[in-house]
Write a protein that binds this ligand. Structure first.
Ligand SMILES: Cc1cc2nc3c(=O)[nH]c(=O)nc-3n(C[C@H](O)[C@H](O)[C@H](O)COP(=O)(O)O)c2cc1C
Length: 371
């Protein structure tokens, strides 16, 4: 029976334990280039079996929030190289989470002040986070997007491929494709925001095509054993809506199994909220999705997230519902989370005030046991 502290090999990468630090946007990277403060933050958390970086934009067009990192030029690669080196020196492993926000952006964050792009010209009832030049910040409405032209779609698939290649140059152990939480790939997958009538819209197989094109392109570029994906079958994040999530994600699982991915990462319920959140008439059956993946000969590890504490995590491994457990907020507040879970120590609470933006406070100054 698997234990949280047992090593595991996922694709081409071996992890010290099954405790994963989730992707956490912290908005402390002005100019999109990781800096010394970011290096220190990740270094402190390197005892996680795996760190997944905060969402990292594949292009400037893929940016939707102020002061978030990118992986689209040499300076970004150099900045990330400092992070990956520090994590490796501390004995950890780190994947880069690749993001294109699609319509979850504001004109002021886009190149030339252009509208953000989306499958269809439908505005999200959602907010983004901006930091103004004077240092003040605010959550503001996302802008009206424009629909992507067919030729632009292949360009974005290629942007994902190039970003994955740059992530490898920066020393990452692999990449996680961000297909969750209402960003561009999720926007394509759902019938609400995707009203296209071409090959990328309509039936669920068409809506999932963009995601599979990206998975294929990245797998060919860096190898499937260094490629992973994050999905959130029912999360309503960023005004995402669509019909028949079970049919969609069973299909996704049955097709993802054709790639020998490092792992499939599933957010259960509403991200950061109700684990039992229901979209549609019936609760989502995560077990059915997982079984579909393995029945169709999927070989990747299964990672779960959302509201896991020590006991839930132990149960999930014991019942073989998952191979890896991803912790988000508790890693923000507990750099030594692995040690605390091992000895069943109390956890530091998260300071909500310092989640997004700012400096060292609430970022690299959370206390460690005996520190
Ligand atoms: C401050 C903050 C930033 C987040 N940034 C990201 C992100 O960049 N990418 C992502 O996929 N999820 C992001 N999430 C969601 C978390 O990865 C995770 O799914 C969520 O916190 C639920 O896990 P938990 O209950 O262990 O915290 C973020 C959550 C928080 C609280």
């Amino acid at each position: 029976m698997a234990n949280l502290f047992d090593p595991i090999t996922i694709g081409d990468v071996t992890l010290e334990n099954r405790i994963v630090m989730g992707p956490l946007m912290r908005n402390r990277t002005p100019d999109a280039v990781p800096n010394a403060l970011n290096v220190e933050y990740y270094r402190q958390r390197a005892t996680a079996g795996l760190i997944i970086s905060e969402a990292t934009a594949i292009t400037e067009q893929g940016q939707g929030y102020s002061h978030t990192p990118g992986i689209y030029n040499d300076a970004c690669v150099e900045g990330w190289r400092q992070v990956t080196t520090a994590v490796h020196e501390a004995g950890g492993k780190i994947f880069c989470q690749l993001l294109h926000v699609g319509r979850i952006s504001h004109k002021s964050l886009q190149p030339f002040g252009d509208p953000p792009v989306a499958p269809s010209a439908i505005q999200a009832k959602a907010k983004t986070f901006v930091i103004y030049p004077d240092g003040t910040s605010d959550f503001i409405e996302t802008s009206m997007p424009r629909a992507l032209k067919p030729f632009e779609i292949s360009g974005i698939i290629d942007d994902f491929r190039r970003a994955a290649s740059r992530a490898m140059d920066a020393g990452f152990d692999g990449v996680e494709i961000h297909a969750a939480n209402g960003y561009l790939i999720d926007q394509f997958m759902r019938s609400g925001p995707n009203q296209r009538t071409d090959l990328y819209g309509g039936p669920l197989e068409n809506r999932a095509r963009f995601m599979f094109d990206i998975v294929g392109s990245i797998s060919r570029e860096i190898g499937p054993g260094r490629t992973a994906i994050r999905l959130s079958p029912v999360a309503p994040s960023n005004d995402i809506q669509g019909d028949k999530p079970q049919a969609l994600f069973n299909y996704v699982a049955s097709q993802l199994s054709a790639y020998d991915l490092a792992y499939v990462h599933v957010i259960e319920g509403a991200t950061g909220g109700e684990r039992n959140y229901v979209q549609g008439p019936v609760p989502f059956d995560y077990e059915q999705m997982r079984e579909t993946y393995y029945r169709t000969d999927g070989t990747g590890a299964w990672m779960v997230n959302n509201g896991y504490d020590r006991q839930l995590a132990i149960d999930a491994l014991e019942k073989e519902r998952a191979d890896l457990i991803c912790f988000g907020r508790s890693f923000i507040a507990n750099p030594d989370l692995v040690r605390r879970l091992r000895i069943n120590a109390e956890l530091n609470p998260v300071d909500q005030r310092t989640l997004f933006g700012g400096g060292a406070e609430g970022y690299v100054d959370y206390p460690v046991l005996g520190g």
